[in-house]
Design a protein around this ligand. Sequence first.
Ligand code: HEC
Ligand code: HEC
Length: 199
Amino acid sequence: MEKLRLAFSLFVVVFVFSSWKARSENKSATLEAKRPDGLTAWERVYSVLTSPRCVNCHTATNYPQQGDDRHRHFANAVRGPEGKGVPALQCATCHQAANADGTGVPGAHGWHLAPLSMRWQDRDDKPLSSAAVCRSVKSQNVDLIKHHNEEPLVLWAFTSGLRPDGTARTLPPLTHAEFLEATRRWVEADKPCPTGGQR
Ligand code: HEC
Ligand code: HEC
């Protein structure tokens, strides 16, 4: 009787362990299969992150940039301690909660510069490699799907309004829906990153 009970408990332990093992192997096999698709999706995400509408705020310097040529912001607007400018020249003095298409000042709720830990270019204002941006984004504890779906500064880039000369700002290379879909596919594949790329 005692032996039988022991054998039965052993059987249960082995059974539970092997089904757990099979499940986790299954999971990593599924993720492995998703990796190529995830990498393709990442390249699409990267094309948006490093487009002027986004990267002009994700700089490595003490200033934001402007325009498709990504020149230094006029009027010597600088980062300041929290990315919101300095007391004498706050971003929010000019940048309101919505685009001012009459004057060409872009606007969205909470307009400020991304922190240096979220820079996507080097100090010469050249975008970092796909591998480097990938590792950086992956290291941030941010709900990316939510951020890309709801963050006003992200949404602004897809509705960036008119320049001071009255012409429309260039939009990112994907529509917002395509960008969201690519983000979702990358996240679901467990955020694979290309290898290499020291910078
Ligand atoms: C004196 C008013 C003023 C202040 C202060 C100011 N901006 Fe601007 N900013 C503008 C105007 C006007 C434009 C539009 C210029 C253009 O499109 O040629 C602009 C454009 C930008 C753009 C470019 C959008 C694009 O993709 O082309 C970014 C980014 C930006 N500002 C960030 C900031 C940040 C961050 C701060 C605070 C640290 C700030 N600005 C402070 C007036 C200001
Ligand atoms: C007006 C400036 C501005 C613009 C334009 C902007 N961002 Fe940001 N971004 C920020 C700020 C500020 C933060 C930090 C937010 C925080 O601390 O909560 C941030 C953070 C992020 C993060 C989280 C950090 C990380 O590394 O994961 C992502 C992702 C992001 N932005 C994506 C984008 C994308 C995509 C675009 C363009 C479609 C964009 N941003 C345009 C200012 C900007």
